[in-house]
Design a protein around this ligand. Structure first.
Ligand code: MEV
Length: 441
């Protein structure tokens, strides 16, 4: 290993990059190269497509793509594709889907689709004058974005409003153009950012010409123009409900006791941030997996959702549960800025296929499907937590990972999976069972 900086790495060929990284940054370059190449796709065209998604690609990083079937959503059946590495997630989603399949399924509603972007700028002067200037140029601001917005406007979207916000109390001389957008089936990041950059140009240009400003006031400094991933008005709600008595399954606890335990667990996540973060992490297991499978930006979704979870000043649960008049109700409200056209959604063959499996949803429909995946995941996790405990299910699913680590043969896997149907899975228990099995062979 001979770690070293490098100039012009991006200009090297793929082979040269692999050569460089494996010799300079690993001790076993032969093995590194072999691993890198093992994950290349033999379909050269497909490999090239993936190579070109990002810069400096050397290979592919696989995640399993699983299917969680039996989701009844607004009376229509879905099988939800999920891309995720965590062993118990798809199983948990499937279990929750099946549970609610016989209890009316999931009901969803989109509460808003507003996206947001801001031009952040500094203005040294009289804020009243800026307000007057802004009112005078607002139509010009919109007019000069028409080349960018005209197609979106034709389809019913575009810039819905521009507000001037005075933030100079929070930060000296700081103001914003706070813009709202309707981007229809596109996630809209490129559209929004292009609009914002044009708005910034017009703002700067018009300020320089404005006779009402002093020389200093004319010199508006544009700091940056960028969409916000905080989209509290791009909101979706998903819900399940049933009479408490219908919750009965298995013999562990009574239906009412189970319902009360669920409500209490959610209430704890509402008041205790340490629990809320983990509670919401379970929700994100479902949300991220579908967001990823459909070629959407899970980092944007994560950032926006966690901000939403702390909108009232304390980080809290994204799900809610109540028992009222004998009815158990469990629901989620989350902001989701998603797209079903553009970006990777049609470019990545698996994302395209995932959207096909979901019956080619609009962005609004995808918001509902993703929210359901999050709610289902949370229901499954909290249900396990308040009944059997989480480890029973987790370790059952993790068993295959442990067996693979031990390089178990197919026959060994079959025997041990059978054995652990009746025995508790722990890492030690698996090692010991394997030793016994291998000794006996
Ligand atoms: C694990 O990935 C997710 C859980 O921790 C979620 C939760 O605690 O609610 C099981």
């Amino acid at each position: 290993m001979k770690m070293a900086p490098i100039e012009g790495f991006s200009k090297l060929t793929k082979e040269e990059k692999i050569d460089w990284i494996s010799t300079k940054y690993t001790d076993n370059s032969k093995e590194t190269k072999a691993t890198i190449k093992r994950y290349w796709n033999s379909d050269e065209e497909l490999q090239k497509l993936h190579d070109e998604f990002i810069e400096n690609t050397i290979t592919n990083f696989y995640l399993p793509l699983g299917i969680a079937p039996n989701f009844l959503i607004n009376d229509k059946l879905f099988a939800i594709p999920m891309a995720i590495e965590e062993s118990s997630v798809v199983a948990a989603a499937s279990k929750a889907a099946k549970f609610w399949l016989h209890r009316g399924g999931f009901k969803t509603e989109v509460l808003g689709t507003e996206k947001i972007g801001q031009v952040h700028f500094m203005y040294k002067g009289d804020s009243q004058k800026l307000e007057t200037f802004f009112k005078g140029i607002k139509s010009k601001l919109l007019e000069e974005t028409i080349p960018i917005t005209k197609n979106m406007t034709k389809r019913g979207g575009g810039i819905t409003d521009i507000l001037l916000r005075n933030k100079s109390k929070e930060l000296k001389d700081y103001y914003q153009l706070h813009c709202t957008f309707e981007t229809l089936d596109a996630m809209g990041a490129n559209f929004i950012n292009s609009c914002l950059e044009q708005l910034a140009l017009t703002l700067k240009k018009e300020a320089l010409k404005y006779s009402g400003f002093s020389e200093e006031e004319k010199d508006i400094e544009i700091v940056m123009s960028i969409l916000s991933n905080y989209v509290p008005n791009c909101l979706v709600r998903a819900e399940v409900s049933c009479p408490v008595n219908d919750l009965k399954e298995g013999n562990e606890v009574s239906a009412l006791e189970f319902a009360e335990k669920m409500v209490r667990a959610v209430d704890i996540a509402k008041v205790e941030p340490y629990r809320a973060v983990t509670h919401n992490k379970g929700i994100m297991n479902g949300i991220d997996a579908v967001v990823l499978a459909t070629g959407n930006d899970f980092r944007a979704v994560e950032a926006g959702i966690h901000a939403y979870a702390s909108k009232d000043g304390q980080y809290t649960s994204l799900t809610h549960a109540t028992i009222e008049d004998g009815i158990f109700r469990f629901w989620i409200e989350v902001p989701l800025a998603l797209g079903t056209v553009g970006g990777l959604t049609s470019l990545h063959p698996l994302a395209k296929m995932a959207l096909d499996i979901l019956d080619r949803p609009s962005a609004k429909e995808l918001m509902q499907l993703v929210a359901v995946a999050g709610l289902a995941q949370n229901f499954a996790a909290v249900r396990s937590l308040v009944t059997t405990g989480i480890q029973q299910g987790h370790m059952k699913m993790h068993l295959m990972n442990i067996l693979n680590q031990m390089q178990a043969t197919e026959a060994e896997k079959n025997t041990l999976v059978h054995h652990f149907k009746k025995n508790t899975v722990t890492h030690n228990a698996v090692v010991e069972a394997m030793q016994v099995l291998r000794k006996g062979q």
